[in-house]
Design a protein around this ligand. Structure first.
Ligand code: TRP
Ligand code: ZN
Length: 878
């Protein structure tokens, strides 16, 4: 392990800046290997009169430095530029040279497909110029960009274009001015050859905003869905939060090489092309769904992040948790609240719960870090969103809106904290919200248990709530958190059962547990009830409720809360798979009834026939044996497939001629109902194929025929991918032929070829261990493009537990080698894969030891980045 890691950054060390930057004038002379950046900063002292001026800068070659026009010599380290003695008000001008072409970190100014682009969040601006690169230094920017016209016809930055024109020798320039004060992490620049899709939006107050989406040449048609999603987002934020857009121009640029999903730079969002470009032939319904939500997310940041930004990076969830909550609300309104909620909770449990239960557990507001890039986690984003959701649940929608209005109005133009956020709830309710701060400062998922006692003679149900949070690294002691629990009662047949609390009648009741333990009494409960607790998953906790399976079946069959209906099915399946306990035929019967229930929508049915994933199951097993989980799940799924065979076939066929076939083509529509129908049909295909290995020869031939038909007649990427994935059940030559055919058809489409790589890496066949090695020497493989790298390595490590956790340790070796090789040029992306080893303490032999050995091998390597070193060390120590 390297020992030269500096001290961590600590929240408790926060100190307000000593200087403010009133104006920032940047000038770029764009040359791929030697870009010149001039920065003229109007600086004013606001702190101690003897404070030195310290600017941050990395990998910059200083060409000149003047203060009020006079040349200076500064103290320069690899990370700072210091002028010990400066006046209270002055102009500082620096000129630096940088090399965007060689910058494969994809942070700062870099090149992607021959274009210049930037990524500054969190600390990338310091790779562009010397600056107080911290979110509480807000400045007004003007940006002049100069480049050759050939190759760089578009020159973009934040705000409004105020001047542009030709220069001698085939060059040109553009001058941009952003009237809003912003932190450096929201700076953006793009220059290159692009096609632009244009539209406009008129805001509620009647202002016309020009909308421009820039994409690779020839790809304009693939931006229409993103444009539509953008306009719907703009309208939704006005209707739901009263938030209008504030500039006359809003631009989005899609780039191929990008470390994350997208970035909310003021007026100039930059997107990973995979989250922007879509048409039926290249994007699946899931891609459309993600595009819609990410477009909304980045747009919503204009208020939650840009107009109100973060005081320091410890407050990251102030913008991310809130913005995720806002985008989830949008997706729920677009696609159905219940289905959206189930998907969000699945994701929370798959990614955030394990994080909270392992050595990398950290509070939503961490107290220290080495590299802030490592804290763009499911905890900050998803758990952060859950906290906002709980606040909304306890105060109700109308008061929530008032609190948010107050928050945006009182903090507009400032860099705020979580305390400021909670304060708005206090102001509008007059109540004390300080207990909620604990949700931000305490790591770990609370376990909530509910014990019930029914007194038939008095028709009284007494519920006893107990909460407990297990220790996490450096937080041995935990306190009680406020937990909102929405409750209802059912009869054993699944019908609603009314009750009264404090004399008031309810069918659905919100209880908020505040201490470690408390009792709630429900009166007038006319029969022994089935309890439906934590409806809509009102708190991110692990619920345990002691009850007979018949109660779970009652909820599975008839809970009016769709979330708990789905949840009951999941819990039953989990016990059937892991413990081989319970009534598998009752489960099949309940599922059959659900599939026949015409009141349920197809997207919901598609979710409920999806069994818990191997990752879900791993969380319920201790110690984890990934091979056991894989084989038990596979056997259960196969048996379920056979017992429902006729029903699955009948339903599959009933959905078959609804317009997604080439012999009966209807125009593709990405709307939620059509996507739900495709999702159900594809989920049925998947469950049918899960029975392939155990089927007799006739049935096997029949299933293969259906699959070929599904593949050949698919006329959209959703169905084609479902079929390609279906071939993994059959494997062998049929699978290879399908892959070869697909590759031949799609080889010129990088986003589709990513999917082709990912299907293979996620195939749970032991042969995949050899295959991934072949895939990384495929001519189309390129580790420098994160999308492609993740398509192989992340898909293998995260979506293929049975092969990744091979008892030989070969899967681990492969991933370690990949992390180490990518760390040499892209630490941010490499570090995000370290997490796949972090649960080593929870795994059975030989896996746990081999996972630890893998981490040790990373730790012992030479020249590790700070990013990878921090996570590896924590994963080993925790
Ligand atoms: N702020 C971005 C978001 O909307 C996340 C992001 C994009 C990011 N690129 C990044 C974070 C690079 C860190 C580094 O969620
Ligand atoms: Zn965000």
């Amino acid at each position: 392990m390297r020992t030269d890691i500096a001290r961590p950054v600590r929240l408790s060390d926060y100190k307000a800046p000593d200087f403010r930057i009133l104006e920032t004038h940047l000038s770029f002379d764009l040359i791929p290997e030697a870009t010149r950046v001039t920065a003229r900063l109007e600086i004013e002292r606001i702190g101690a009169s003897d404070a030195p001026l310290v600017l941050l800068g990395e990998r910059l070659k200083l060409i000149s430095l003047t203060l009020d026009g006079a040349p200076q010599t500064a103290d320069i380290t690899p990370e700072t530029l210091t002028l010990p003695d400066v006046p209270d008000r002055f102009t500082l001008e620096t000129e630096v040279e940088i090399n965007p072409k060689d910058n494969k970190t994809l942070e700062g100014l870099y090149m992607s497909s021959g274009r210049f682009c930037t990524q500054c969040e969190a600390e990338g601006f310091r790779k562009i110029t010397y600056f107080p690169d911290r979110p509480d230094v807000l400045s007004k920017y003007t940006v002049r960009i100069e480049a050759p016209k050939a190759g760089f016809p578009h020159l973009l930055s934040n705000g409004n274009l105020i001047d542009s024109g030709d220069l001698p020798e085939g060059r040109h320039f553009a001058l941009w001015e952003d009237p809003f004060f912003k932190p450096a992490y929201l700076f953006a620049l793009v220059a290159g050859e692009l096609d632009v899709l244009e539209d406009d939006f008129t805001t509620a107050s009647g202002r016309k905003v020009d909308l421009k989406i820039y994409v690779d040449t020839g790809m304009k048609d693939r931006a229409t869905y993103a444009m539509d999603a953008l306009k719907r987002s703009m309208k939704w934020d006005e209707d739901t939060y009263g938030r209008e857009y504030d500039l006359d121009l809003f631009m989005i640029v899609a780039v191929r090489d990008f470390n994350f999903g997208a970035m909310e730079n003021k007026g100039l969002n930059i997107f990973n092309a995979s989250l922007l470009l879509a048409d039926p032939d290249t994007a699946t319904d899931l891609d459309y769904e993600r595009i819609e939500s990410v477009i909304a997310h980045e747009y919503f940041h204009n208020w939650s992040g840009n107009r109100v930004t973060c005081r320091d990076w410890f407050q990251l969830c102030l913008k991310e948790g809130l913005t995720v909550f806002r985008d989830q609300g949008f997706s729920g309104d677009m696609r159905g609240t219940a289905v959206a909620r189930i998907k969000d909770v699945k994701m929370l449990r798959a990614r955030q719960f394990p994080e909270d239960a392992g050595p990398l557990a950290h509070p939503v507001r961490p107290s220290s870090y080495f590299k802030i890039d490592n804290f763009y986690t499911a905890t900050i984003y998803e758990k952060g969103a859950e906290i906002v959701g709980m606040l909304k649940t306890v105060v109700g929608p109308a008061t929530y809106r008032k609190a948010l209005d107050h928050y945006f109005e009182t903090n507009d133009g400032t860099a705020a904290t979580l305390e400021d956020f909670l304060k708005s709830f206090e102001v509008v309710t007059g109540e004390d919200f300080s207990p909620w701060l604990k949700w931000y400062t305490q790591a770990g998922t609370p376990a909530l248990s509910i014990d019930s006692h029914y007194d038939a003679a008095n028709q009284r149900l007494t519920l006893t709530f107990t909460q407990h949070t297990a220790p996490t690294p450096s937080q041995p002691q935990k306190s009680a958190l406020p937990l909102p629990v929405r409750l209802g009662l059912l009869t054993e047949n699944g019908a609603p059962l009314g009750f009264t609390v404090d004399g008031v009648a309810h069918t659905d009741y919100l209880y908020v547990l505040t201490g470690d333990k408390a009792e709630l009494v429900l009166e007038n409960v006319s029969a022994e009830p089935v309890i439906s607790a934590l409806r809509h998953f009102t708190a991110p906790v692990k619920l345990s409720l002691t009850e007979p399976d018949s109660h779970k079946f009652a909820r599975f069959k008839g809970d009016s809360d769709p979330f708990n209906r789905w949840e009951a099915a999941q819990v039953l399946a989990r016990t059937l798979i892991l413990d081989a306990q319970g009534d598998a035929s009752a489960y099949a019967t309940a599922l059959r009834a659900t599939l026949k229930d015409s009141t349920l929508d197809q997207a919901f049915k598609a979710l409920i026939i999806g069994l818990p994933t191997e990752t879900d199951l791993a969380q319920a097993m201790s110690p984890v044996d990934p091979q056991f989980i894989h084989s038990r799940r596979k056997a259960f799924k196969s048996a379920l497939s056979h017992s429902l065979y006729d029903d699955l076939i009948a339903l599959y066929e009933s959905l078959d001629d609804a317009g997604d076939r080439m012999d009966n083509p209807q125009p593709f529509s990405p709307d939620a109902a059509s996507a739900g129908r495709r999702a159900l049909r594809n989920a049925l295909l998947d469950l049918l194929l899960a029975g392939h290995a155990q089927a007799d020869a006739d049935r096997q031939a029949h299933l293969e025929g259906r699959l070929q038909y599904h593949y050949q007649l698919s006329h959209n990427m959703t169905d084609a991918m479902a079929a390609l994935n279906g071939f993994t059940y059959i494997h062998g030559e049929t699978y290879d032929q399908a892959l070869a055919h697909f590759y031949e058809m799609e080889k010129t489409e990088p986003l589709v070829i990513d999917k082709w790589f990912a299907v293979q890496a996620a195939c749970a066949h032991p042969e995949t261990l050899d295959r991934v090695e072949r895939l990384i020497s495929h001519p189309d493989f390129d580790a420098r493009t994160p999308n492609r790298w993740r398509a192989v390595v992340q898909a293998f490590a995260s979506n293929n537990p049975a092969t990744f956790h091979h008892p030989s340790g070969r899967g681990y070796d492969f991933v370690v080698n990949q992390i180490l090789s990518v760390d040499r040029f892209n630490p941010m992306t490499a570090a995000r894969l370290v997490d796949v080893f972090s649960a080593h303490k929870r795994y059975a032999a030989p896996y746990g030891d081999l996972m630890r050995a893998a981490l040790e091998r990373i730790a012992k390597s030479e020249n590790l980045s700070k990013n990878v070193a921090e996570l590896t060390e924590k994963a080993l120590r925790g």
